[in-house]
Design a binder for this molecule. Sequence first.
Ligand code: NOJ
Length: 462
Amino acid sequence: MASETLEFPKGFYWGTATASYQIEGAWNEDGKGPSIWDTYAHTPGKIENGDTGDVANDHYHRYKDDVKLMKELGATAYRFSISWPRIFPDGTGKPNARGLDFYTRLVDELVAAGIAPFPTLYHWDLPQALQDKGGWQSRDTSQAFADYAGYVAEKLSDRVKHFFTLNELRNFTDTGYRGLEVKVGGGFVRLEAAPGLKLETAAVNQVRHHAVLANGLAVRAIRASGKPGTQCGPADVLIGAVPLIETEENIKAAQTATRERNAPFLTVMLEGTYTDAYLKEAGADAPKFTPEDLEIISTPMDFVGINVYKPGMYVLAADNAAGYREVPFNKSHPRMFSSWHSIGPESLYWGPKMVQALWNPKAIYITENGCAADDELAEDGNVYDTDRIMFLRSCLTELQRATADGVPVKGYFLWSTMDNFEWTSGYGSRFGLVYVDFDTQKRTPKQSAFWFREAAARNTVV
Ligand code: NOJ
């Protein structure tokens, strides 16, 4: 048996995660408006294999069985996302009662199963009607998001105690409005996302600004309309620097690097100021903002959620103006199945450590961690995903080390509950604890699901 020293704190949430466009299907049912992902996936050539989220996991109709499955996995929390265009088909204006009703039923089902609901309000499926008016290039989208967030908080906060605002800001801003180059061993991988634009730096920086502004406005709206005590915060992707060699100087350098690399997102949200280096480097392309914007953006939050899959970079201390030197991933640095997924489980230790050292929030959630694998059903009907279990065990060992150091990590959400639509990679990239046959919609728990159940039940690394 694993040693008791790898236990997590009492009350630690063991969750799994999904997002609306990736699992729901029912893309045009019950009054839902189209989202930018409907438009993007319906554009030939954008998604591998021509896949779309039109049906996806058909979760919209199968949510009861899916909640049952989560219960069987021993999950105590579930992070899902609410599709904005189901609630406001045009982005603003008149809400669609049937859209809200789906999430009401889902939340009731979760609560009855003893699973704490942790909805995300924006996981990239912007109403197309708002994109037609400029999307995140328009400041009005920030206010529209806050209005929608306040409305949902008002309706659900009697049963939902935690809301995540925006998911991975860098990915719906940079990746959607310019395309993102991710450094991997031996080069770069280019990622794209809806709406699939290729804008200049000044415009992208303004889009980023509108995203953090939306976060601040939404936090205020949730506080104004939600039940007292409703907690909220972002689920951002942390670009976490990892000290290549653990020395005091290198740890300090990693903190400096983490603060700078997250300057347009977590840093400004948690400090209320864009760093000097960010503004200097942007020069004439810097975002346009007012002091009042910065006050809104830095509205205090209850927790910080971070998605952590890999080290953002390795660093060493350096005697230069930046105070750190980025060390490239070696050409042979191993990766998991996804092209961007360099392996570095220590990011689950250093990520939360950096967040604590820099911003000292009351609580931290790991809002995503997991990996894709080339999963197949074996003849005996099982899925033997040994690589995923290896990855998860290594990551959780590192996360436990952070909690043992006193970092206030309150919960962990494994991406993903089940295989689903992996954006431009379509259905070929399986991240689930549960295998999904997309022809029949049959769900089969993988070996990692049994591993997760064991870890959750014992609240320890197994
Ligand atoms: C981050 C995103 O939030 C999620 O939607 C995606 O599927 C996973 N990473 C895996 O790439």
